[in-house]
Design a protein around this ligand. Structure first.
Ligand SMILES: [Zn+2]
Length: 87
């Protein structure tokens, strides 16, 4: 039975574990799914937003190695914008 809500929760957990450095084989065992499914989730086939391909680059502004666009700089920009608006 296909249940999109359950599947997206599962995908979120799979991605979370992968981000924490858990091996794909271990994720498959924990989630009781096969490795192919783990791989396709991590490849972003059934994901949305960020999940897809994670681009890690060095940020030219703050020098941090981060997902692109730089989250750190974006937060800073956001805060700056908020300050400007409040002026
Ligand atoms: Zn940056």
């Amino acid at each position: 039975m296909y249940n999109p809500r359950v599947e997206s929760l599962r995908n979120a957990i799979v991605r979370y574990l992968a981000r924490r450095g858990v091996a794909q084989r271990a994720i498959a065992r924990i989630m009781r799914i096969d490795r192919g499914t783990v791989q396709s989730v991590l490849r972003g086939k059934s994901g949305h937003g960020f999940g897809a391909v994670v681009v890690v680059r060095r940020c030219p502004r703050c020098g941090g190695l981060t997902t692109w666009p730089c989250r750190l700089c974006r937060m800073k920009d956001l805060r700056k914008d908020l300050r400007n608006e409040n002026r």
